[in-house]
Design a protein around this ligand. Structure first.
Ligand code: IVH
Length: 670
């Protein structure tokens, strides 16, 4: 890459980091996960390392965070609150140790204090003459904010110390966090426990902070008038004696291999902890060695954070629930012990289908590894079979629909000669409660009726309250009842009424799609509506059940016909569509009914020169012609391109159908 481009790339990354710093430190509203934030930082560092000409005063290697906001009084930390360098594997840890050997010019047998890296917000507490005088946030590491009164609301923080050996002045540092079980009570408001802790700590009014139960675990010191601490592990014991909470998982180890082993075990059971931990912190235990090793510009040389995997975590399956989708598919979902994966709290994971459960032998009570990457729904990667209890039982997939009790089926695919992996409720339609709810959600969705202010949650609420049981109920809602409901006001009810009224006018294509019939998506709804031209034709076919007529439509095949037949074999479904037709104003397809190809039927075979099949079809359409997908007596023209299917050509010839080239078709149109 050219120097200029590299600079551009580097500056863009810095700008992005600046934006996220602002969102996090000033607004307390981060929009990316910690792991993605860390990744962005290391990408910048990597660029600086590779290309020495890249540097900036805004580099994260110079600046630790972001300037504190204006709401709180500022406080210059006597000793900077730095961050930690990250390690992701054994090699990173070996490098960390090797660098320290080099720095001290000696191979020392380091002893390490090992502490869980609680995923919260760091805070500093200054005690003078055993009294808490001020509590400060980290801010940008150099300047923090005075949040003493908010910190004082936390029960774990002593306001006064009794012990005789407490230093005359000392700054105790630690992590403020919220327990998982408390986070679950307020999970609608925050993406993860860390955001909840941050938001609560930065409330203007301490009584607001008090509403969210926060905790504090102490782990280090900043400025102190007493320089007599010899080992980090002893300091942690002292903290406990003085009345601070410390982690019960703190340990001391003597080698990198021991650290790696402990990390592996800890990562596997971290979901059992009451709070989020995103790694382990290893600190050289001997404080005199810490002093000699000192700091780089933004992190101590004597400590490192060994992070857990950012996109996967182990957890326990608490239950397996079967969800029923819009088209009757039964999807098993694992309800798991909540676990924070890369900043997102995961409590559900898809198990895909019955076969997947069988293949992986997934059972209730199993310890599983769950992956969450990007926007993909979290899923189970594998089961820790050796951790399974003796009385664990194979999961029995239900053979009847858990919603309506109807039989379920696995379809047989004639082409692959295999049964489908997905089991479905055979009661496809509004007769099954769960299917009906999903169909209504589909009915109001963007591509269907597109009713503003009527989301999936509203459907669920209205269903629960018996306001809607069928799609047509939407058009006779009890608005006075809704206006009295929580979260609804006069204005929102008026808006809802308007958008429902506006949604009544729609095209035939949207209407067909909105019914939510399996295999009739937007494209097929378009093909059918273009062929039928108006709603009354559609209704005729529904009533007479002559769906075979659609076989003429290029793109509609046996699968779609079978699905339509199945759906409309249910009287309830048919009646719903008939009733909807009488409520809605379905526009006929805008067509050039008197075009030059009026009443003429065409079919294509072979590759057309310079024009796609879709374009050719639309050309016929625009001129009022119809495209058929098979040869029958109604066909007028067979248009042949390169390498046509000879069987079709022969058949057309024998039936006296005109055979023309694309050129000839175009000539017709001229
Ligand atoms: S020591 C200079 N110990 O991790 C050493 N930090 O990325 C700095 N943290 O800002 C802190 N648990 O918020 C230390 N046992 C622990 C920790 C810990 C969590 C957080 C802390 C810090 C961040 C560094």
């Amino acid at each position: 890459m050219k120097k200029e481009d590299l600079k551009k790339k580097y500056n863009l990354k810095l700008q992005e980091l600046e934006k996220h710093n602002r969102l996090y430190y000033q607004n307390s509203k981060p929009i990316i996960s910690d792991s993605n934030y860390d990744r962005l930082k290391s990408e910048i560092s990597e660029l600086e390392r590779k290309y020495k000409f890249l540097n900036s005063k805004n580099s994260p290697n110079i600046n630790v965070g972001y300037k504190p906001s204006k709401t709180f009084e500022k406080y210059v930390h006597k000793i900077q609150m730095l961050s930690l360098s990250n390690a992701f594997n054994e090699q990173d840890l070996n490098n960390f140790e090797k660098k320290n050997f080099n720095f001290l010019n000696k191979k020392i047998k380091f002893e390490y204090s090992v502490e869980p890296k609680i995923d919260g917000i760091s805070a500093s507490l200054t005690y003078i003459d055993k009294k808490l005088t001020h509590g400060v946030s980290r801010g940008d590491g150099k300047v923090g904010e005075v949040i003493t009164n908010n910190l004082k609301t936390i029960n774990d923080i002593p306001h006064e110390i009794q012990a005789d050996d407490f230093p005359q002045e000392i700054e105790i540092r630690g992590e403020v966090f919220i327990k998982k079980k408390d986070f679950f009570k307020i999970k609608e408001k925050f993406a993860n426990p860390r955001n909840a802790a941050s938001g609560s700590l930065r409330q203007k009014n301490p009584s607001e902070t008090k509403k969210i139960p926060l905790n504090f675990i102490a782990y280090t010191f900043g400025y102190t008038s007493d320089e007599d601490f010899k080992f980090q592990s002893n300091f942690l014991k002292k903290l406990k004696k003085w009345g601070f909470k410390t982690s019960k998982h703190n340990k001391v180890f003597n080698s990198i291999s021991e650290l790696v082993k402990f990390h592996k075990n800890f990562e596997e059971t971290r979901f059992d902890l009451d709070y989020d931990v995103d790694g382990l912190v290893y600190k050289v235990n001997d404080i005199s060695l810490q002093t000699r090793l000192g700091f780089t510009s933004n992190a101590p040389r004597w400590a490192i954070a060994h992070k857990f995997s950012a996109d996967s975590a182990k957890t326990k399956i608490l239950n397996i629930e079967i969800q029923v989708g819009r088209t009757g598919a039964l999807t098993p979902v694992a309800k798991v012990q909540p676990v924070n994966i890369g900043g997102v709290v995961v409590s559900n994971a898809t198990l895909h289908n019955e076969d997947e459960i069988k293949r992986k032998d997934i059972r209730i009570g199993d310890i599983v590894n769950i992956e969450r990457a990007g926007d993909v729904i979290p899923h189970v990667i594998g089961v820790e079979k050796n951790k399974r209890s003796k009385n664990s039982k194979t999961f029995e997939f239900p053979t009847n629909c858990p919603s309506c009790g109807y039989t379920t089926i696995k379809e047989y695919n004639k082409i692959t000669k295999k049964y489908d992996a997905v089991r479905r409720c055979a009661n496809d339609g509004f007769g099954c409660e769960k299917i009906a709810i999903e169909k209504i959600k589909h009915f109001i969705s963007k591509e269907a009726l597109n009713i503003d202010g009527f989301g999936k949650k509203v459907v669920e609420k209205f269903w629960e309250l018996n306001l809607i049981k069928k799609p047509q109920d939407i058009f006779s809602l009890n608005y006075s009842k809704i206006a009295k409901m929580d979260g609804w006001g006069e204005l929102s009810v008026k808006n809802l009424k308007n958008s429902i009224e506006n949604s009544k006018k729609l095209s035939l294509q949207r209407f067909i799609y909105s019914i939510g019939i399996r295999h009739i998506g937007i494209e097929n709804a378009k093909l059918i509506s273009e062929n039928l031209k108006n709603a009354s034709h559609f209704l005729e076919i529904i009533k007479s059940k002559k769906f075979e007529k659609f076989l003429n439509i290029d793109g509609i095949g046996e699968t779609q016909i079978k699905s339509l037949k199945n759906f409309f074999s249910n009287k309830l479904n048919t009646n719903i569509v008939i009733e909807l037709n009488s409520i809605l104003q379905i526009n006929n397809e805008k067509i050039n009914a008197n075009g030059i190809l009026k009443d003429k039927n065409f079919m294509f075979t072979g590759k057309l020169d310079g024009i796609s099949r879709a374009e050719a079809k639309s050309l016929i359409d625009k001129n009022s012609g119809t495209t058929l997908s098979n040869i029958n007596k109604n066909l007028d023209f067979l248009v042949i391109g390169d390498k046509p299917t000879m069987r079709k050509v022969e058949q057309a010839k024998s039936m006296g159908i005109k055979i023309i080239s694309l050129k000839e078709l175009k000539k017709l149109l001229d």
